[in-house]
Design a protein. Sequence first.
Length: 134
Amino acid sequence: VRAIFALIEAVVEQHKRLLLDLADRGTILLDPGVRARLQEVKRYLRFEEKIRLVYQTAALAFGQPITTPIAGHRWDAFLKGLETRHLITHPKTFHECHIGEEAIGLVDSGHEWFRDLQNNFVKIARHHRERHPW
């Protein structure tokens, strides 16, 4: 569980850095307020807010919508999986260290949702790169 979310956090951070790098090179335009939030995202935003910010910014910057919704039952499964990660990372009692099958299923569903989101990001970034080489 912890490894899955560590990987997701790393991918989101990589996508954030790509957006900032492309903005630094003038390849994409970012609103100054959004840019400032992306640069400070690690200190001030919760992980779920960071995901929303990074992928909504990507959709605007690349000029194509992200078709994987950051809402609905799959997003909810992701958030519940994240809660499971928080419980085992910062347990208050011994019993919180136990992960049942339902919790593992939610983690798996959340991971599948994120893979779709990541693939969608790669797709719109590739289309943007084909139109505006970088």
